[in-house]
Write a new protein. Structure first.
Length: 254
C-alpha cells in the first residue's frame, strides 16, 4: 500500500518505538495521529515531529477515547494504517522470595493494557478501515507489537510474556477474520531495543545486553522498528505473520 496521503494511527506514540513509527510515517506523507496517555509528552512530540501530526490523549483500554482518536485520523484522511505500540510491564514472580503468591492485581493490570488494549485498538480501527474503498487491494493494515518474551519470557516476566504471547496468538486469527474485509494484520516481536525503558539501566548493563544479540551485536534502534512497520504496510503479501525483529536473539532464563 502506498503510504503517502493515507491516515495513520500510532499508539504509544510519545516515545520509543511508537514515536519512531510516527516520525517515519509522517516523513513518508501519512496523516498521523499519535495516541498516548494524558501524562505523556504527546502534545510536545506531535509538535516536534511536525508534518501536521496530531495528538489524542487516550488509554488503549478506553473505548470512547480510542474511538475519538480514530475519528481524529478520519477527519484528515481515511484510516488505513495502525501501528499499535502502547504497552506496559511489571516484574513479578509466581511466588516471591518470602513464599507469598504473586499479585493477581498486578498480573491483571498488565494483561488488561497489553492484551485487552490490543484487542480494543484492533476492533475499533478495523471497523473504520472496513468502510474504506480499497487502495492497492487493501482497505487497511493493523500492526501490533509483541516481544521476544512471548517466546522465551524470562524469570519475573510472567505478566508481560503472557500478554505478548496473547498478541501473537491473536495475529493469525485476526488476519483470517478480517481477510474478507481486505484488512491485513501483522505483529512485530522486537528483541532488545534502545528505548526509554532500557535508558534507565546503567551503561554497563546495556552493553552486556547488547552483547547477547548474535548479530548485529547491539541494541535495536527504534528507527529499525519503524522501518519494519512501514515495510509491512507497503508489502501486500505480509498478512497474519508475527515477525521477530531481534538479531537472532533467544532470551536466557534470566
Amino acid at each position: 500500500m502506498e503510504i503517502n496521503g493515507i491516515g495513520a494511527l500510532v499508539t504509544g506514540g510519545a516515545s520509543g518505538l511508537g514515536r519512531a513509527s510516527a516520525e517515519r510515517l509522517a516523513r513518508l506523507g501519512a496523516k498521523v495521529v499519535i495516541v498516548d496517555l494524558p501524562t505523556s509528552r504527546g502534545e510536545e512530540v506531535a509538535h516536534e515531529i511536525g508534518h501536521g501530526v496530531k495528538f489524542v490523549a487516550a488509554d488503549v483500554t478506553d473505548s470512547e477515547a480510542i474511538q475519538a482518536a480514530v475519528d481524529a485520523v478520519s477527519a484528515m484522511a481515511p484510516l488505513r494504517a495502525v501501528v499499535h505500540c502502547a504497552g506496559r510491564s511489571h516484574a513479578m514472580r509466581i511466588i516471591d522470595r518470602e513464599g507469598n503468591a504473586g499479585s493477581l492485581e498486578n498480573y491483571e493490570g498488565v494483561i488488561r493494557t497489553n492484551l485487552i488494549g490490543s484487542f480494543n485498538v484492533l476492533r475499533l480501527t478495523a471497523a473504520a478501515m472496513a468502510r474504506n474503498e480499497p487502495l492497492d487491494g487493501d482497505r487497511g493494515v493493523v500492526i501490533m507489537t509483541a516481544s521476544a518474551a512471548a517466546y522465551e519470557g524470562q524469570i519475573g516476566q510472567i505478566p508481560y510474556a503472557s500478554s505478548k504471547a496473547g498478541v501473537v496468538g491473536m495475529t493469525i486469527v485476526a488476519a483470517r477474520d478480517l481477510a474478507g474485509r481486505a484488512v491485513r494484520v501483522c505483529t512485530i516481536a522486537p528483541g532488545l531495543f534502545d528505548t526509554p525503558l532500557l535508558a534507565r539501566l546503567p551503561e554497563e548493563t546495556k552493553a552486556s545486553l547488547a552483547k547477547s544479540v548474535p548479530h548485529p551485536a547491539r541494541l535495536g534502534s527504534p528507527a529499525e522498528f519503524a522501518l519494519m512497520a512501514t515495510q509491512i504496510i507497503e508489502n501486500p503479501l505480509l498478512n497474519g505473520e508475527t515477525i521477530r525483529l531481534d538479531g537472532a536473539l533467544r532470551m536466557a532464563p534470566r
